[in-house]
Write a protein that binds this ligand. Sequence first.
Ligand code: PEP
Ligand code: MG
Length: 741
Amino acid sequence: MAGSGAAQARLDKIVRLIAAEMVAEVCSCYLMRAGEVLELFATVGLNPEAVHRTRLRVGEGIIGDIAAHARPLALANAQSHPNFAYRPETGEDPYQSLCGVPLIRSGRVRGVLAIQNTQRRNYSEDEIETLETIAMVVAELVTAGELVNPQEIASSSDVGLLPQRINGMGLNGGLVMGHAVLHQPRLTLREMVAEDPEEELARLRRAVASMHSAIDDLVEVGQATGSDEYADILESYRMFAQDRGWLARIGEAILQGLSAEAAVERAQNEMRLRLGQVADPYLRERQHDFDDLANRLLKHLAGKADPAVALPEDAILVARSLGPADLLDYGHGRLRGLVLEEGTAASHIAIVARALEIPLVTRCARALQLIEPLDPLILDGNNGQVFIRPAEDIVESFNHSIRLTTERRRLHREVRDLPSVTKDGEPVSIMINAGLQAELAHLESTGAEGVGLYRTEIPFMVRADYPDVSQQAELYRNILDQAGGRAVTFRTLDVGGDKTLPYFSGYEEENPALGWRAIRIGLDRPAMLRLQIRGMIRAASGRELRVMFPLVAEVREFDDARALMSMELERAKAEGIELPRDVKVGVMLEVPSLLWQIDVLLKSVDFVALGTNDLHQYFFAADRNNARIGHRYDVLAPPFLGALATLFDRCRAARVPVCVCGEMASRPVEAMALIALGARTLSVAPQAVGSIKALVRSLDASRVQAFLTPMLRSRDHSLRHKLRDFARDHGVSIDDVAVGT
Ligand code: PEP
Ligand code: MG
């Protein structure tokens, strides 16, 4: 590698050297070309005529298999492998054994390096590892661009400079326009191999120390953002930075002869491949933390630790993924929006974006390929869309939406302090949903009456270990303090599914949405649920405590959970702790089975919270996170509305208050239908309070009820159009704005 000369000549020399060193008759190198084709670029042992002629698709033959799965394969009898593809021009008939490894750079497969032997040979773990280390060095030569023009790979992905639209997943709402900043252009690794491992280890130690102290500084800056959740996330990130296993693997790679930089890269590739295969969502998310740490460490090794990024005023950051500390490198409050190729609602970056109020769209496939630095972008976090180099009509539509939003904000401010009562005198309480401490500030700004749903899981998801009773009590106390006497309904831990906790990882389910989650975990691990309730009781002392249990599927589950609550109240009494002034215990109605036990249930609950998000997914058996079927069934479908109508009737008859806290309540047409069916408390996203209040005040509840009731028996797929027309004809405010849809 260190030699001079053209890349092809060096590659030819490298395969000869490898064959000799590894005692193999053949050593070949295949490189990835446009269209996912692997081309034989150099060989010793196979027919030289085949070079640049033999081509395999990714997935074809053993070489294609190695590239497709990005993992090494060692076969004592390669020809009996089901994927063996015979290529006569290579003259490989006499070779029985094969050991091949992928060439990986920046998480992408760039080719395959393989050795072959005539005799049957069982390649040892050490030999495979050695080949992998060499493969890293070769990957570096490949990505330098002399062998395969990088444009070739890029041009095959039809990047033009035309306007483009990416549909992703909006994880934090907001509509913004700005210019693209691409996150972290990768540092090019110059020296792959090093003569003096001791010197490299010393460099590594110095870089790790300076990285740790820089992270300590970032944790302090993070604390100054005022978001406790963000501070917790940074704290657990700091722990990752000290992970001994990770640092030890880097050290081992140095001892194999790599430079410190190459060793970091190698450990990162390994980690990516390993974590990419695990099903556990928590561990998969941690991959982003390690990617981020590896890049940070490389910068410290290069002595370029100070990012000093020059940002345009209206920067929208585009990245594959982001670690929690990255945002602080750009400066708190300096980013208008975030576009990510990866990331789920449970990812740390999604939580941070919400806490810092930065609009975020994730799952934007190929964003880094399609977006050039400083491209104009429109990011629509409400609809999960990103417009790249938007055409004039889209910009015009954006400006129009912004004007409307500004106008609407003004109207919402006007109704903020007016009563939330329909035109025919029906009061409708408007509460907010929250899950971050920062969101409690919205109570004041929107004039909402309280928190109808406080999702307690975030503090559990962002910490590396389980918060103990006093930490939990402090969290809940802060929330009640900030609510300043307004009602707050705490929901006990709703984890499982894609919301996994660090200390629960390793548990894999085929159907997580139907699996071990929410109250099911709480009842199977009563100590955990009791600790949470204990924290809440301590926090509430002297004040009202409202608690509800998620995903209850039968009355017995509610009874059992309530019994735990009673035990905790007894315990608090015995300990002489000041009890809450009043305790109200309710249930989240999210599983259809409860509808058939509703009369029994209503005898024992103090209130019902209707979780339409989950109820709808279980009602229609349609996964709420599956984009393909997410919109197949409407919440305004007659059978679903019919079920809700029954529920409201029963609750009214039993005098049990019911609050709707699914997303349905935040959308004006849906909220209108809910009020028509009998809902009198809606808990909505903070941004929706203004438009829902405007809706309530413009609505005649009995008229829309008279309109809707007979339609509940219709055969329509959805009543959306009819309800929307009704609203328009009757001057009901149902403003909803989206750009480009
Ligand atoms: C619901 O299911 O409607 C709900 C409010 O809970 P979550 O969205 O947190 O599952
Ligand atoms: Mg739910």
